[in-house]
Design a protein around this ligand. Structure first.
Ligand code: GAL
Ligand code: ZN
Length: 664
């Protein structure tokens, strides 16, 4: 377990560094991240490098026994570089240059950017390869798929399409360019999707998003290779921005040793629309799923966010510590807080760090210090523990992109709908892995494969094998609609999944925000967004609509397949509806859950061969009472046995140890 802070020596008078390094150490920090935007200081002029200041800062941290992660500075190309080589700058879809002034003004396909990035990364990695304080690297910062239409991207996009389709005739056929006379008779006519019509060919739009994502991933891979050349023993990672995004994080992190995330949960808890408390749990579960292993938080909430939008509420007392523990509870092995001091200059003056502008220690630093010291005390206990969950949700940036390009109905949102499924289970204390839809799934009991809009035969086959062997699969509406080129399939829905689900969808109604009723066993629940009118072939009907002209048609079914079951939910239920739907699945599959877990209390289990660590987090400003399922446990800090109800204060954190030998 490492606890750290992000620190920007270049923003502060060097006279302050010594004191800062000492105070950072006193706060319990063992790691700092440095330099990820400092290109203009590291290379003040073309080919003139100055690492003296960074040497000095690193040596101060080293003297305190603090390790260092260095960020490659490529997210902020300096003005001399931009002035010399305009191709560094991205170009938007109106062919306007994206000018410098903020950051991220760089096109991943710019040869000048590549050349200069290569040189600075080589210089840095040579220089710091054997520095005893430096343990690893962060590539760039929050790499996102650029929507860049510059000449280099245009050329690379054509090459990407040629690799994918070979002949232009194949592309014309696959994209269906015949519609509205969009046929290309020469490659020179193919452009990136330039601005103008909002109705562009969906196949072009999806391929362009994939290309942009691939360009980002390739830029990241390029950096990782350079770093490893000189620093083979150092860790290489990257800090992902969060979700939902165009960039396929599974590809972006292919060349990384582990994933890292920048985690800023909402501080506006009293405003439900903003609070969205379970978004954070999903972000962390997704991040753990990126490499299917523990991860780091490279930037963790430390103070009031703001700047380009009005400032949010200040973190409620206890929040900084509780959210840091939440990160750990869902698989973080390092938590690095953003940032030590709040900036006095530049664009982020009001994105608050641990210290306010006055620079004196206060409530937030005290809380962080408490967390850092607690983490140090439990480091040995936590070290080597991981999450082992029985339920997986399959996630896909491909589906997300396709469903953003063509929204299916009023209110239908892929990410929110995935979040809802996740939330319903998290609300019952169930541990869930959220993994790439293309990943191996053998070790789970239940696999939820929602909204497989773009069909993939290998995924269908994998789900079938999983069910045959005894697994439980949950499929949803808007599946099997298209092929991978974003073209509608000519079959009854859900296409290739029909056999697994034992149904066909003869008709559907994108009901949007019209709420419909549905009978599920003894209950009547609500649904909306979409209603498939399902005709079971081999499946049994579990739920029927109880409203509108499709009243009595099947909506939810289950099909026995081999030793397993395949459920199909032909609509989008409300949270209560999903709870009712999942209840028999959870008990039937012997999945651990906590009935009546209060809202905003999250449970999570990290374990190794000897013990389980049960994290119980009250992520709310209200008191909560939790009735855990009985088991022998003791408080990880005090060693006291814990039995009966847990009384949790606002933002309370409990870490309970269950020795596996003594499991009841
Ligand atoms: C992150 C970014 C940081 C800082 C922070 C606060 O997304 O990586 O550099 O900008 O947000 O806005
Ligand atoms: Zn470009």
């Amino acid at each position: 377990m490492k606890v750290g802070v992000d620190y920007y020596p270049e923003h502060w008078d060097p006279a302050m560094w010594v004191e800062d390094a000492r105070a950072i150490k006193a706060a319990g920090v063992s790691l700092v991240r440095l330099a990820e935007f400092a290109w203009s200081r590291l290379e003040p002029a073309d080919g003139i490098f100055d690492f003296g200041w960074l040497d000095q800062a690193i040596s101060l941290f080293h003297a305190q026994g603090i390790s260092v992660i260095i960020g490659t500075p490529t997210a902020a190309p300096p003005n001399w570089l931009v002035e010399k080589h305009r191709d560094v700058l991205p170009v938007d879809n109106q062919l306007h240059t994206v000018h410098p002034g903020v950051r991220c003004h760089r096109c991943y396909n710019s040869p000048s950017l590549r050349r200069h990035a290569q040189r600075i990364i080589e210089q840095l990695t040579r220089h710091y390869a054997d520095h005893p304080a430096v343990i690893g690297w962060q590539t760039d910062n929050e790499i996102a798929a650029n929507d860049c239409h510059c000449e280099n991207c245009h050329r690379e996009f054509i090459a990407w399409l040629q690799r994918k389709y070979g002949e232009l005739a194949t592309l014309n056929h696959q994209w269906g360019t015949v519609v509205w006379s969009g046929e290309y008779s020469s490659w020179s006519q193919v452009t990136t999707p330039l601005g103008g019509s909002p109705y562009q060919n969906p196949s072009l739009l999806l391929d362009f998003r994939r290309f942009c994502s691939d360009s980002a991933a390739e830029f990241n891979r390029f950096q990782a290779e350079l770093i490893r050349r000189h620093c083979p023993r150092h860790a290489v990672t990257h800090n992902l921005w969060g979700y939902p995004v165009v960039t396929d994080y599974y590809d972006l992190f292919a060349a990384m040793d582990f994933a890292a995330v920048d985690y800023y949960p909402s501080t506006d808890l009293r405003d439900d629309a903003k609070a969205n408390i379970y978004h954070g749990a999903l972000t962390l579960d997704l991040t753990r799923g990126v490499k299917r292993r523990n991860f780091w938080v490279m930037e963790q909430l430390s103070g009031t966010p703001g700047c380009w939008h009005p400032m949010s509420r200040a973190p409620y007392p206890g929040m900084i510590r509780a959210y840091a523990w939440q990160s750990v509870s869902r698989g973080a092995d390092a938590v690095v807080n953003f940032r030590w001091r709040t900036a006095r200059v530049g664009a982020e003056q009001f994105w608050h760090g641990l210290l306010d502008h006055h620079g004196h220690p206060g409530r937030r630093l005290r809380e962080f210090t408490q967390f850092a010291h607690e983490a140090a005390r439990l480091a040995d206990v936590i070290e080597g523990t991981q999450l082992h969950n029985d339920v997986a949700i399959l996630f896909s940036h491909q589906q997300l992109n396709a469903l953003v390009i063509q929204p299916q109905s009023d209110g239908f949102d892929y990410f929110n709908n995935v979040k809802q499924l996740h939330r319903v289970l998290v609300r019952q204390g169930i541990g869930i892995d959220v993994i790439n839809w293309l990943e191996r799934i053998d070790d789970y009991k239940v696999v939820i494969a929602p909204y497989l809009f773009l069909e993939d035969a290998a995924v269908v086959e994998k789900l079938e094998r999983f069910a045959m062997a005894g697994g439980t699969v949950v499929l949803t509406t808007r599946s099997g609609v298209k092929n991978g080129n974003n073209v509608c399939q000519p079959d009854y829905l859900p296409g290739l999944l029909s056999r697994l689900a034992g149904i066909r969808v003869e008709e559907y109604d994108p009901v949007g925000k019209d709420r419909q009723r549905l009978r599920l066993g003894e209950d009547e629940v609500a649904c909306s967004q979409w209603c498939d009118i399902v005709v079971p072939t081999t499946a049994a009907t579990l739920g029927r609509y109880a409203s509108d002209y499709f009243s009595d048609s099947a909506a939810i079914t289950v099909n026995a397949l081999g030793k397993g079951q395949v459920y199909y939910v032909g609509t989008v239920l409300d949270d209560i509806g999903y709870q009712r739907f999942f209840a028999p699945i959870i008990s039937g599959c012997d999945i651990e859950f906590t009935p009546d877990l209060p809202a905003d209390v999250e449970l999570s289990i990290r374990s190794d061969g000897d013990k389980r660590l049960l994290f119980v987090l009250n992520l709310s400003p209200d008191k909560k009472t939790v009735a855990l399922t009985p088991r022998a446990r003791y408080n990880a800090f005090s060693g006291e046995a814990v039995a009966g109800n847990l009384e949790l204060q606002p933002f309370d954190v409990r870490i309970l140890v269950e020795e596996l030998a003594s499991r009841q």
